[in-house]
Design a protein around this ligand. Structure first.
Ligand SMILES: NC(=O)c1ccc[n+]([C@@H]2O[C@H](COP(=O)([O-])OP(=O)(O)OC[C@H]3O[C@@H](n4cnc5c(N)ncnc54)[C@H](O)[C@@H]3O)[C@@H](O)[C@H]2O)c1
Length: 421
């Protein structure tokens, strides 16, 4: 099969390389000419995706994989087109369709009869059919579901473990017609190890992704609400959650200083903005957005106010052990501390002093003698190993991810509080 993957970013490139590893001839089409040159030279702009470098090298060496900036020409020669172009959203989740509309116009200009087009970029429900199906039909003069196949198949994997997730998470495909679904099923069944599940419509597949991410957000909000109550009552939420989850119908999540990343805090808005009756999800969003302020208040209570206090925030990333700052709640955490008068510095080994400065923050280190208080924003492994001796100037710790062992800190006379702990 000849496949064009539009978008050669964090998701599109590994997916293209995966298809090539199963014998397909694959073209990555991306508007970023510098990225295309790098990919064709076997180089990557990041190094934290396991297996990707070696798999890209193998794909290039096979002679059946290369990257191009000419999406229309690549589509013209392809039997299948997979779209993994980033949908940019603002903090309130409003989509900017610029990239996807441009990619769709370029695809439509090269689209051939019989081709299957599968959108994998997360979309608000209805967009595959109404926005992109209609645009492809207008640009190509072909009929969606009759002259070409159209599917939505959410990309559900996480960066840092893409190949593992691609092999294990069922691949969900919804087609405009049963024939579209079958064409999508064949594309994925032939090139992935995972099971392929066909749903009855693109809308069902779109809602699957919005629902699975919103489920996480709402359940984190519930954990935060319980954790705040546990703090009020002097109860350890972690102990409670473990006990409650010993019964098979309870899946209590972890509380923390907010929800970051470009998926979980964003896609609930795709639901809220389209579902007239949505109520619970908006409330969960605002509860999670309050958590940085809650953490700042908790630290303030420990220190008797934050005015002029020197606070070092540990972690800029939204996920542990990765360099990923998209929609990270580190920014809201720092603002909440500053709003209460604290001086704030930031540490993150995955960004280093220059990366932290590029985000507009001053660098600090736990052992440099500056900080009176630490706020753990990201549960990087390195922070789990931090000891009171490695942060001798610190008298209070707000552990926003319940990542540290409180025992040595309290034994050293440091005030320690987590979230629900
Ligand atoms: N990154 C993740 O962790 C993740 C996880 C699951 C799903 N997703 C989904 O995957 C989508 C893509 O994410 P990503 O992390 O790969 O984004 P990315 O920004 O790393 O890559 C997107 C690529 O699309 C290219 N592009 C932009 N406009 C284009 C156009 N008109 N034609 C061709 N290429 C174009 C960009 O140059 C870029 O290389 C997201 O919007 C999301 O829906 C991402």
């Amino acid at each position: 099969m000849r496949i064009c993957v539009v978008g050669a970013g964090r998701m599109g490139l590994p997916v293209a390389v995966q298809f090539a590893s199963r014998g397909a001839t694959v073209l990555s089409a991306d508007v970023n000419a510098q990225l295309v040159d790098m990919v064709n030279a076997g180089r990557l702009p990041y190094d934290d995706e396991p297996e990707l470098h070696d798999r890209l090298g193998a794909a290039l060496a096979s002679g059946r994989y290369w990257a191009t900036t000419d999406t229309t020409a690549a589509v013209r020669e392809s039997e299948a087109v997979v779209v993994l172009v980033r949908m940019v959203t603002d903090a309130a989740g409003s989509p900017d369709y610029g990239n996807l509309d441009a990619a769709t116009a370029a695809i439509g200009a090269g689209l051939q009869r019989g081709t299957v087009v599968s959108y994998e970029t997360t979309l608000p429900v209805g967009d595959t059919r109404r926005r992109f199906g209609a645009a492809l039909a207008a640009a190509s003069g072909l009929r969606a579901g009759e002259d070409f196949h159209l599917c939505f198949s959410p990309e559900r994997v996480s960066s840092g473990r893409i190949f593992r997730d691609l092999a294990t998470y069922p691949k969900i495909v919804g087609g405009l017609t049963p024939a579209c679904a079958e064409a999508g099923r064949r594309l994925y069944a032939e090139h992935l190890d995972a099971e392929v599940w066909t749903l009855t419509s693109p809308e069902a597949a779109e809602l699957t992704k919005v629902a699975e991410t919103t489920y996480r957000d709402v359940n984190i909000a519930l954990a935060n609400e319980f954790a705040r109550y546990a703090d009020e009552m002097g109860v350890d939420y972690g102990e409670v959650a473990r006990a409650a989850n010993s019964q098979p119908y309870s899946h209590l999540h972890q509380p923390g200083l907010g929800v970051g990343g470009h998926c979980i805090p964003v896609y609930p808005y795709f639901f809220i903005s389209r579902a007239a009756d949505a109520r619970l999800v908006s409330l969960a969003r605002s509860l999670n957005d309050e958590m940085p302020s809650y953490g700042a208040e908790r630290l303030s209570a420990m220190l008797g106010g934050l005015s002029g206090r020197r606070v070092l925030v540990l972690g800029l990333s939204y996920r542990p052990d990765l360099r990923e700052s998209s929609h990270s709640t580190a920014a809201a955490t720092i603002s909440a501390l500053r709003d209460r008068g604290a001086e704030v510095r930031l540490h993150d080994p995955f960004f280093g002093p220059s990366g932290v400065a590029a985000h507009g923050y001053e660098w600090g280190e736990p052992g440099d003698g500056w900080a009176e208080a630490l706020v753990v924003h990201t549960a990087h492994s390195i922070y789990r190993e931090l000891t009171p001796a490695g942060a001798a100037s610190v008298s209070a710790v707000l552990d926003g991810r319940n990542a540290l062992d409180p025992v040595p800190w309290r034994a050293a006379g440091v005030q320690y509080a987590g979230v629900g702990r």
